[in-house]
Design a protein around this ligand. Sequence first.
Ligand SMILES: [Zn+2]
Length: 386
Amino acid sequence: MRLLVANTYAGSLLLAAERRKDEVIASLEDANYGGAIQLANFPRLNYYPTTDVWPEYDLTDTVVIAHPPCAAFSSQNRGSAAMRGFNAPKVRCTEKVVEYALKSKAAALAVESVPRALVGLWFMYDGYAKKYGYDVYRISLNAGSLGVAQYRPRFWAVLVRKGLVKNLKLTMEPKRREMKDIISDYDGCCLTELPWVKEHTEEQLERVRQSLNSEKEFNDYLKTARGSVVKTLPDKLKLEKCDGDVYECACARHVETRRAAMGWNFTSHSMVMLNPSDLAPTLLAGSWWFYKTRALVAEEYKQVMDFPRDYVFPGEYYLKRTREYLSRGVAPATAEWILNQIESNLTGKELSGSLKAELEPNDSTVNFWLTPKARREAVATEVILK
Ligand SMILES: [Zn+2]
């Protein structure tokens, strides 16, 4: 397909296009975020770093895929009310790309965001669709359903120019891969340790060692603990649970929690020990993971996000920010799936898969979703909500 990519940052949408052998006519960014990474990996890319230089195209036979900032609806956003919800400035980036694509008559537009944008942007998509003559389809999708070893629920808005398709037909063959399926136990050369992660892991392990009575206890803990150290260490020490404020309470459990914690935010910036027989949790910019015997390395963070191990983050500046740039992207497998669905609907070419759904435009939502139970047990489930 002929494709135009917007707000892809580190280039996840370009990876999806490359795997599908699409013709990418250009990559557009709002504020040149990640441009150097895109060009390091796709040197022949037609790249436009800021909105004021976005070219005018006739996109009649082109599909636009975009991943504008979703901070306004992110559960990580604890900032002021003005920076959250529909009126937040970041939402204007979404409006910009929607208006750009629809005004240029794109055949279809697919936009990825966090789950809360499903409701938060409902009327915005309806408004632009009406103004420019498009149908809106809303799809909830978890990367974990598509063989990505990460629990990553996301929302896609798909807008199709009126008259091109009647209903949107979706097909999926769910695939599950766990941490142990993507991370090898090989611990030799050629792994790139991330600077901040390496130092903090050493310090974290030292704090754990000091809390436990013996080297045996310490080794047992490393073998069995799963999840955030700030939770599992007080559990291991059998400290009584308490409803007090984790940042202030004087009870033994909370004192230990604060001693074990090494970040400013206990829940999203503390070391998490991964379960080999499960998906990783959602990758966030501050995610800091330990697997079996060591900290995850750069190549493995890429794998958890479905990027190739040898994907280039050029220079020290981007190496340090590998987790940040990966986390602010789309798992390429999900973009690939969305593009496959759009192409199949536009061309009539059928796709195979054991899960099927048909969406009527504008008012229904389909979830291809991993429920919390399914996160452990296996497959994507399909739920239609009206
Ligand atoms: Zn307490």
